[in-house]
Write a protein that binds this ligand. Sequence first.
Ligand SMILES: Cc1cc2nc3c(=O)[nH]c(=O)nc-3n(C[C@H](O)[C@H](O)[C@H](O)COP(=O)(O)OP(=O)(O)OC[C@H]3O[C@@H](n4cnc5c(N)ncnc54)[C@H](O)[C@@H]3O)c2cc1C
Length: 305
Amino acid sequence: MTRWKEYFTPATVDEALTLLGQYNEGARIIAGGTDLILEMESGHTIAPEVLVDVTHIGGFNEIRAVDDTERNDGSQWIVIGAGVTHYQVERNSILGQVGACLTESCRVVGGPQVRNVATLGGNVAHALPAADGTIGLLTLDAQVEVCTLAEGHVTRAWQPLLSIFAGPGKNNLTRGQMLSAFRFRPTSVGEGSAFERIMRPQGVALPILGLAARVHLDDSGERVVKAVIAIGPAGPIPFRATEAEDVLTSADQFNDAVIADVIAAAQGQARLRTSKHRASQDYRHEMIAVLLRRVLPKAVERARD
Ligand SMILES: Cc1cc2nc3c(=O)[nH]c(=O)nc-3n(C[C@H](O)[C@H](O)[C@H](O)COP(=O)(O)OP(=O)(O)OC[C@H]3O[C@@H](n4cnc5c(N)ncnc54)[C@H](O)[C@@H]3O)c2cc1C
């Protein structure tokens, strides 16, 4: 039985937001549907009468490198449309080089059928603190483009990824808004990133813990001068381990002793929970250490390549 009355496939953001405004509470955005349809089936969300499918919007399925016209110094952004699937990210060879942690985080989402349709926009908009693609993007210090329809006009604004999360499963978007793209600075010489997660063998959706790091080394290749570390789930929204980042960048050298200090800082700042079907708080605490010992040396090794 179809649970909705109308299914629209707009070709532009203007059209999509106009439809959402027209049907108001009765309409929802759908992309791959791998979260939304399950929620409708399980009764976790009230089935909307109208679904607005955003995957046919021009540019939504594209991954591209664009010049930063504001800086005008040759630097670039990697721009990923909100309708890009995890499979597209996984298969994109440029992303593998300049955003390895994102490639690695998208590669483990669900199985091939899920990755074929599930989008990065849906992963972020669903706002779960453990969402894998979201952790990959956060580690790349990504920004998100939010489109807003007001008084008949659509405006677009880039904002930090973290700014759109309000709590577990809740984003800050209003009825007249949607996500259209993500962008990040590609890793270049002296930089590297990596992602790993711990998953129950029989697990199908979210990990016990996912963790990624991006590092920038100095010219000697011995010292980390910039770092981003993201962990999920480690709080109500996707989590940046900022205290651990500070420990890493204030050390004179990258070595095992520093990793131990980084672990202690991350464990101290993370707000871990026991979840009934996945893991205890204590287990997650230990897994922060395991994952940092795997991910940090890998990111540093890639930065030295
Ligand atoms: C079997 C299975 C395994 C899974 N495994 C994993 C896993 O290992 N790791 C993981 O992180 N996730 C996993 N998931 C969850 C899911 O696949 C991802 O979260 C997926 O990326 C959601 O994208 P979607 O396109 O399917 O979103 P949809 O279900 O279409 O939408 C999700 C939410 O986002 C909103 N939305 C979608 N696009 C936009 C937009 N452009 N702007 C604003 N709002 C938007 C929708 O209204 C809805 O509220 C799994 C799901 C299944 C069914």
